[in-house]
Design a binder for this molecule. Structure first.
Ligand code: COA
Length: 434
């Protein structure tokens, strides 16, 4: 069986039309026609009117070895950062979304639930829970001013959203303070009006006001210029439902009952000492994780506060398990996943697809394959329908063997104002964004 549809977020198309078209390949070689065909071919190369003006790796610079890695633009003195917000079209106004407020959090939840990322076939749409949004947007040291909404002035309805949260990201040997930008969303009725560039400029301005000059973000679309391109893989836990809602298809020469048998998992984890992470484990998990992440080219620089926030289990948001050696009581291995359901659009029988997303996993004693099999077992016990994982870090080593199938979309990773000349392989990336 193959999975037909990746979850939302992994399946947006590469919008680039064929940029390799050779303008000189035709027999007609008069200068005039050569020039015409050359111009035609140039206009077919996807332009990025906004992104071409930003300090990001540009397509024209790909392969230029004379450019240094690192910051593209130097910081400016804070007094030179624009003090007033960017102008919005006159029917709209900026709002700072207070995620502590139940009412505002509900407004954000509803905007995203109805307008955020869908898969290519519009079968599914991300449905981040309110608890998840509060967790994702309030890590240690977060800035309220980076939770930015746009309202219609007349109705006060929330119509667009973009956020940043602070993070220390290590790129090779350098630890860089960055903003992680996420949840860019414009109401369906306001699309294609160039609102997104204004929102990106506004969040950038507010990040600069905190003396932070770099950012990390992901997108399903190709923009200038990915530092790496990853693929989602999907492990069916509830294949019958996944097939019924169109997430996956019955494989050739497969029956439903053989498929169910193929994906069946044991009732409980097999690794002795496998248990849920607790508060008392924070320092051991931090050590384990820091040591593990240091081998990747790009990864977060987590301290104990970060680990407590991002990895201590939170019901229906993030799950973390570890292996405590029954003999020495050392914490030797760790695995985690976050909960991100999707709405199932227009299905009679089901409205929610419950998906777990692999987060950070570390194996030192338990083979990664066995550790992740235990993660699948606990996710299955918690009634997830599917377990998703990117091909980042060492994930490739278990995907096929644990019966993950490749999705058909890609997730591109980007840095703002930080050049990495040579794109990374996904396995060189130690960063998972939500
Ligand atoms: C993404 C979204 C906000 C873009 O808004 P839009 O109305 O389609 O596009 P706009 O006319 O406002 O702006 C277009 C510009 O934004 C850029 N853009 C589009 N999606 C982007 C993204 N995900 N990240 C960064 N820039 C993006 C475009 O490339 C274009 O700039 P360019 O001319 O330099 O290429 C909107 O389509 C949306 O809400 N989609 C559903 C949610 C979603 O996919 N969010 C992004 C998750 S990564």
């Amino acid at each position: 069986m193959t999975d037909g549809n990746p979850p939302p977020g992994s399946s947006k198309e590469n919008p680039d039309p064929n940029p390799e078209a050779n303008p000189f390949s035709n027999d007609d070689s008069s200068l005039e026609s050569i020039v015409r065909r050359f111009q035609d071919s140039m206009s077919s190369v996807k332009r990025h009117k906004f992104w071409e003006t930003q300090p990001v790796g540009q397509f024209k610079d790909v392969g230029d070895t004379s450019l240094p890695d690192g910051s593209i633009e130097l910081p400016t003195p804070l007094s030179e950062v624009k003090q007033e917000p960017y102008n919005l079209p006159s029917p709209y106004e900026w709002t700072t979304c207070d995620m502590d407020s139940e009412e505002t959090c509900t407004e954000v939840y509803i905007l995203l639930k109805n307008n955020y990322v869908e898969d290519d076939e519009n079968l599914f749409r991300f449905n981040y829970s309110k608890e998840f949004l509060r967790w994702a947007l309030r890590p240690p040291g977060y800035y309220k001013s980076w939770h930015i909404g746009v309202r219609a002035k007349a109705s006060k309805k929330l119509v667009a959203f973009i956020t940043g949260v602070p993070a220390r990201i290590r790129v090779r040997n350098e630890i860089v303070k960055m903003a992680e930008i996420n949840f860019l969303c414009v109401h369906k009725k306001l699309r294609s009006k160039r609102l997104a560039p204004v929102m990106i400029k506004e969040v950038t301005r507010r990040v600069h006001l905190e003396n932070i000059w770099q950012a990390a973000y992901t997108a399903g679309v190709v923009l200038p210029t990915p530092i790496t391109t990853c693929q989602y893989w999907h492990r069916s836990l509830n294949p019958k439902k996944l097939i019924e809602v169109g997430f996956s298809r019955l494989g050739a020469r497969m029956t439903m009952s053989r498929t169910i048998k193929l994906y069946k998992l044991p009732d409980s984890p097999v690794t002795p000492g496998f248990r849920k992470m607790e508060l008392r484990d924070v320092s051991a998990v931090t050590r384990l994780l820091r040591n593990y992440l240091s081998q990747f080219v790009v990864s977060p620089d987590f301290d104990e506060n970060d680990v407590q926030h991002w990895l201590l289990p939170t019901e229906d948001v993030v799950d973390s398990y570890l292996v405590e050696s029954p003999e020495t009581h050392d914490i030797t291995d760790f695995c985690s996943f976050y909960t991100l359901p999707s709405s199932i659009l227009g299905n009679q029988n089901y409205s929610i697809l419950k998906a777990a997303y692999s987060y950070y996993n570390v194996s030192t004693k338990t083979p990664l394959l066995q550790l992740m099999n235990d993660a699948l077992i606990v996710a299955n016990r918690k009634d997830f329908d599917v377990f998703n994982a990117l091909d980042v870090m060492h994930n490739e080593s278990f995907l096929k063997e644990l019966k993950f199938g490749p999705g058909d979309g890609q997730l591109h990773y980007y840095l703002y104002n930080y050049r990495i000349r040579n794109a990374l392989r996904p396995s060189e990336l130690g960063l998972v964004l939500l």
